[in-house]
Design a protein around this ligand. Sequence first.
Ligand SMILES: [Zn+2]
Ligand SMILES: [Zn+2]
Length: 74
Amino acid sequence: MGDQLMVCRNVCDNIKAKKPNGTSRYLVGQKRCQTCCVFLKYDGLYCPCCNMRLRTKSRYIKLKELVLELPRIH
Ligand SMILES: [Zn+2]
Ligand SMILES: [Zn+2]
């Protein structure tokens, strides 16, 4: 312990995600690594480059969709 620093080892260069056209990066499943300052196309929860937990807005999007699906009651 103490040896595992959250640093970018440039592994993320290989899985860097391109910016999608006309939609949110989070909507297309891209995840943000704050340490590497990049968006990744990666299925795991942790950055394979720096081991930092990746940020995803998927939960927020699901909640938003749920709200939109509710019938409007006036
Ligand atoms: Zn990195
Ligand atoms: Zn990273």
